[in-house]
Design a protein around this ligand. Structure first.
Ligand SMILES: [Zn+2]
Length: 106
């Protein structure tokens, strides 16, 4: 299943004062709260059908086989399942740390 926010919803949100301020470069936490509330009210007032396009499709790729093999990341110390990281130079490293160190994803 694929769920996408309809483009007209996004365009409508870009018309809000919140989006206008953000596009000027104002950080989100510095935009007046009432501006953000206006955008939230727009979203909350819409039905799921108005907000989203829902598609079903047949996935043609292959799913990773589930695993219970796990490692402790030598960088952050968190546990990860082997499909969410790799062994680099003989040491386990999680996907997040790998991405930080190598400026990308596994
Ligand atoms: Zn890590």
């Amino acid at each position: 299943m694929r769920i996408v926010v309809k483009p007209e919803v996004i365009e409508k949100l870009f018309e809000t004062r919140f989006a206008q301020e953000r596009m000027k470069g104002v950080p989100a936490d510095e935009v007046p709260r009432e501006y953000a509330d206006e955008a939230v009210k727009i979203v909350l007032s819409m039905s799921d059908e108005e907000l989203f396009k829902v598609e079903t499709f047949k996935y043609e790729g292959t799913f990773l086989k589930g695993t219970f093999k796990r490692h402790i990341c030598h960088v952050c110390g968190e546990l990860f399942f082997e499909t969410a990281g790799r062994i680099e130079d003989g040491k386990p490293i999680c996907r997040r740390c790998y991405a930080k160190l190598h400026n990308g994803d596994i």
